[in-house]
Design a protein around this ligand. Sequence first.
Ligand code: MSP
Length: 486
Amino acid sequence: MSDSSFYVTTPIYYPNGKPHMGHAYTSVLCDVLVRYHRLIGEDTYLLTGVDENASKIGEAAEAAGKSVAEFTDGQAEVFKAFYQGLGVGLNRFVRTTDTDTHWKAATEMWERLEKAGAIYKGTYAGLYCTGCESYKTDKELDDKGNCPDHGRPPTTISEENYFFKLSAYADEIKEHIKSGTFRIEPESRRNEILAVIESGLEDVSFSRPKEVVPHAIPVPNDPSHVMYVWCDALVSYISGLGFGTDDTTVFDRFWPAQYHVIGKDILRFHTAIWPGMLLAAGIPLPKAVFVHGMIISDGAKMSKTIGNVLDPQDFVNEFGTDALRYYLSRHISPVQDSDMTRASFVESYNANLANGIGNLTSRIMKMIDNYNINIEDMTFPSVHEVLDGDDVSEYHAAFRDNRVDKAADVVWGLMSFMDNYIQETKPFTTIKEDPEQATEDLLFLVERLYEVAILLRPFMPETAAKIEAAIEDGKALETALFQRTE
Ligand code: MSP
């Protein structure tokens, strides 16, 4: 047990379309981590939100025939409902259109950067990809001159911009990464960004002309410019805690963050630009950035043209919240790209949920009920005792590395031990010849089942609660936890 705080952030997502499986993955991963850390007694805080001041949001609003405000209000509700459908428990949902909190914080950040001499005016002539909301160089494009992530050419722009003097902070950022005061996990991503820094960090454009993105945050004292969307978006990690407002109690309690969890596509923003901004502003760096891989489907990036897009909402509607949480936690590697298809989902659903945890719980509870075994007076180990158990050490070790997939394997390992135990001891037969032995075996099994439920809490909170309630009632389940499907 620990009394430390555990503050985790997801990226704030662009709400120009429906939430997709990538958004679902990062959000579930963060929620599982937070639920685990809460289970072991830490003071947790989960922040997410939407990145609304991007030029692509203006374009999406226009395409929908709505004002930016109307469009983003609607999309914010869509994203909130999405989190609910995933069982993700949020402490804070940041909207970057919130002028009372977020705009104040972003303005405070800008002023600090300016005061530190880290902002200057210049001209940017080059390429910009609205899909990435990022400036591009020729060598970042494919052989057709397209952005490799968006399959279309960036626009050529020539603008007067304010620049952030990132180059001046390169050595300091590198030092923090090398000494481990700013950790980047896994190791391969740490090496990747160190190589980028060593090849030379250039200053970055930090503003756009107001007429290009009229709804974005104005640059202090220069209404003809607005903040570049990443300068604004990264600040959400502290604006959501009250930085820049009159009440900074939450900020003081939770900053620096334990982890910013991100996909590998936005590594440079989080491990070069963001630490550079914080160093210039005199704000402590987050302790770590955890970088996960991408979900691909049928060997390819999900795309409407290929037709391999998997909609998280369809999975929740068809199989339930916990089933999707299970799949994302156990079958998507937090450190590598992973393939997901409906077929692989259904196969695992049947094997590990319907025939796995569902069947195991039904069998045990049915025997307890049928054989009138009284478990009401049984004393179960406390949550604390379960977590201190010898067989749980690998579970904790996996969580120390954010390997939620491996932690889930430990729980399913315990279930296969229980399945074997039933096969070997056959309480359904011995109940006639040796009822005392059968009772003892079933009490042992129900205690293990209780342990499984506790360990499942971070991954499948609804299922864990149902198992715990069934054990409390000591009765057979009225409906199966998961129904087999084709
Ligand atoms: N708005 C920026 C982030 C600003 S954070 C200060 C952004 N938004 S996004 O909507 O494009 O979401 C990006 C994040 O979604 C990725 O970093 C990753 O976390 C997640 N994913 C997007 N596609 C994904 C997959 N196919 N697979 C897994 N996660 C991916 O970038």
